[in-house]
Design a protein around this ligand. Structure first.
Ligand code: S3P
Length: 440
């Protein structure tokens, strides 16, 4: 679907509520499916990725029903049973589904095959196969890619020091460790999102965290009702829009502000564009708040690197758009794993933003944006996004976060832009454009 976006000549105003966090919605269904008992999951994500997880656990014999479009009832004995079409389970476009579910299925007493769409079938799976194999798992892949054939068997605990800070890898190993023989420890170089650890604790798994090291002792989780907070990765598009569209001033309600996810808030502050965090609270073990965003005409570039990266990995495409509207350079380093997302987000981002005049350079492990806002002209668009003549649409590469980042760029672009494949927003955030319209 081709979507055209025009420059906004007025600020975004009002109040929106951000829909459910994708990472937490996946985990709510997965963990309630292997926990014992009955629970309600409120504010479940309507994105396709989370529905891939939900359908998969239905096929594994878990009783999951919708009370309304965002509320689930889940009843489980804590045991899974093989099902699906010939024990083949589709994961769609969702890396979180495939990687975390592998950790659950590897330790079952039945065999399974996990398949993905074209994009997921190209994403690296060695990062989980290697560790699970050390735990005694039997997994066959196509040269480190899906389909994954998992022959279930009893696993044993390991002590593992990971070179990569990845919540998907960490969660996969912790899920395998929950049902293995003996303890499992997983250590990472920097802390990655800790939703698994928080939800494990909430559901009474025997888990301990010490800095960047997590230890899981085999245990049975107990089902409890879960309220899913709003997704900061979805809120990020609005935070950036509010900062760069002249005259904007609005409140984003119910945003998860878990410190392992809130790197974008630190970057915004470093760029001189502070937002107001209001009404802080804890919801099912996750910190949450409302965020007031206001237009800022004096943003400056900054460096984003090291332990920042896992805390804002999914926000980097829209941060590039923000950086284009700041004065000076924004340098992103140590983000090579961005090449392994739904697209090669370094290469694709640079190619497409260049088409609309952003001064952005690709580096092996990130990118550099040479920003510049034409303040003297009293315009909200910068040198970098001005005067473009778009003859070709921007390509989303079937990547939801690229499609939405380009849309935000379009709001400050001098000329109308077009985005190809905008329907991919359905993967994480089908409500995206409606919420933009609510602020007009
Ligand atoms: C996720 C972890 C991150 C993130 C992805 C969701 C999760 O991936 O990019 O969108 O829910 O655990 P990595 O763990 O591969 O960094």
């Amino acid at each position: 679907m081709l979507k055209t976006v025009k420059k906004l000549n007025k600020g975004l105003k009002g109040e929106i509520t951000i829909p459910a966090d994708k990472s937490i919605s996946h985990r709510a269904v997965m963990f309630s499916s292997i926990a014992k008992g009955e629970c309600i999951v409120r504010n479940f994500s309507s994105g396709e990725d989370c529905h891939s997880t939900l359908n998969l656990f239905k096929q594994l014999g878990v009783d999951i029903s919708f009370i309304d479009d965002k509320t689930l009832q889940i009843r489980s004995s804590g045991k899974l049973t093989p099902g699906g079409n010939n024990y083949i389970y589709p994961c769609g476009n969702s890396g979180t589904t495939m990687r975390l579910v592998s950790g659950i299925l590897a330790g079952q007493n039945f065999d399974s095959v996990l398949v993905g769409d074209e994009s997921l079938s190209k994403r690296p799976m060695k990062r989980i196969i290697e560790q699970l194999t050390l735990m005694g798992a039997d997994i066959t892949s196509v040269d480190g890619h899906a389909p994954l054939t998992i022959r279930g068997r009893k696993l044993h605990g390991i002590d593992y020091i990971s070179k990569l800070a990845s919540a998907q890898v960490k969660s996969c190993i912790l899920l395998a460790g929950l049902n293995a023989e003996g303890k499992t420890t997983f250590e990472e170089p920097y802390i990655s999102r800790d939703h698994t650890e928080r939800l494990f604790k909430y559901l009474e798994a025997d888990i301990k965290t010490e800095g960047t090291k997590v230890t899981i002792t085999p245990s049975q989780m107990i089902a409890k009702d879960i309220d899913v907070v709003g997704d900061i990765s979805s809120a990020a598009f609005f935070i950036v829009a509010g900062l760069i569209v002249k005259g904007s001033d609005f409140v984003i309600k119910n945003v998860g502000i878990n410190p392992t996810r809130s790197g974008i808030l630190d970057v915004v502050e470093r760029m001189g564009g502070g937002v107001n965090i209001l009404n802080k609270r804890l919801v099912s073990g996750e910190p949450c708040a409302d965020i007031r965003v206001q237009y800022n005409d004096s943003l400056k570039g900054c460096v984003i690197e090291g332990e920042d990266i896992p805390r804002l990995i999914d926000e980097l495409p829209v941060i590039a758009v923000l950086a284009s509207q700041a004065d000076g350079d924004t340098i992103v380093k140590n983000a090579e794993d961005l090449r392994n997302k739904e697209s090669d987000r370094i290469k694709c981002l640079v190619a497409e933003l260049t088409k609309i005049g952003v001064n952005i350079e690709e580096t092996p492990d990130g990118f550099i944006v040479h920003g510049g806002r034409g303040k003297s002209e009293g315009k909200c668009v910068g040198k970098s996004l001005a005067n473009n003549t778009i003859v070709q649409p921007l390509e989303s590469y079937h990547d939801h976060r690229l499609a939405m980042s380009f849309y935000i760029a379009g709001l400050v672009c001098e000329n109308e832009i077009a985005i190809n494949g905008f329907e991919w927003t359905k993967i994480s955030f089908p409500e995206f454009e409606n919420l933009i319209n609510q602020l007009l």
